[in-house]
Design a protein around this ligand. Sequence first.
Ligand code: PMP
Ligand code: GLU
Length: 400
Amino acid sequence: MAIKLSNRSKLIKPSPTLSLSAKANQMKDAGIDVISFGVGEPDFNTPDYIKQSAHKALDANFTRYTANAGIPDLKKAICAKLLRDNGLEYAPKDILVSPGAKASILNVLTAVCDTDDQVLIPSPYWVSYPYQVLLADSVPVYIPTREEDSYKLQAKDLEDAILESPCAKVLMLNSPNNPTGTVYTREELSAIADLCVKHNILVISDEIYERLVYDDTRHISIASLNPEIKEHTVVVNGVSKAYAMTGWRLGYAAGPTHIIAAAGRVQEHSTSCVNSITQKACVSALNDEDDSIEKMRMEFWKRRDRLFDLLQAIPHISCFKPQGAFYIMPNIEWYLKHNNAGLKNSDEFCDKLLEKHHVALVAGSSFGLKGTVRFSYANSLANIEEGVRRFANFLRELSQ
Ligand code: PMP
Ligand code: GLU
């Protein structure tokens, strides 16, 4: 007889972003010319100055287990970065280095949530938050945001949700945001911070897209607003997006000493330290940054502008203009209501688009926002132009 799976594991569905990427890659391997706007990862190579540090670490046989929470020179580099970029003062003991920001978030949720504690998630949200909350045995509570509010959590909606959730313990805040690209201002963060302090809610502030902001947008860390909110925040960040290092697997959390220590114990019994070579490479990534990082940001900015303009030109499509990250979410509702293929939702739409025109997009429903699709513009300008041409052709066919 087959072994029965745990109830918890049955709640966990595959990651839609990672499954889509696997499907698109399979089609590419079969010789199909797929243009993928699916998974959100920079298409650039890791900059040379970072790779050189990794080579050096390997040659020096830096290949053993390290301290669980991270090597001292990396924790020092992270403290220096948080002070330099965010005005945040942390001691090395308040830093936990983990195999990706994804792991950082799960370690922190596991450390602070008890069974039935509620975690507030503004929607749309990054696909992994709900499942991470379930893995931590706690309960996701969604707070919808609206396009007319630039998809930002409103203080009134937050307070209502807190008052209606007797076990509310944590707020997941993600700015710059995946999937909408919205970026919170100081004033907006301040209103959220006041409520979290007042109601004793911990903010997990996911700042992984911090470096990717456009126009005159500035990233502000909510923890930097005042000492009270700093005591109620764990800042999560990493190297995957800004430094084009998704496969190296390194993220970090900075926060109140007792939370970081508890999250560190969770890590000690699960993954242990991050790969030793990666840690050395990240010391360089943070300390010795050259102009390659800014060049990637400028390229993303150009792509954002081009993709936004192309999408705006398509009839019946409306689109929020993102200020950060590398995603854009056009609203395709009109085509879901008026199409000759019987497509009723964004999942069916994305399946058909991939099958017929070989363009991979993620359905908005994966992020809790029906009637939209997500483009990741971590792709070349040439692919963006060709991909949107195919997307527009598909829409035209559907409405004929
Ligand atoms: N948070 C958000 C919002 C993300 O989009 C990602 C991307 N995978 C992560 C966290 C995790 O990044 P990583 O584990 O690669 O550091
Ligand atoms: N965060 C990226 C995305 O949303 C990478 C994939 C993932 O880890 O989910 O596409």
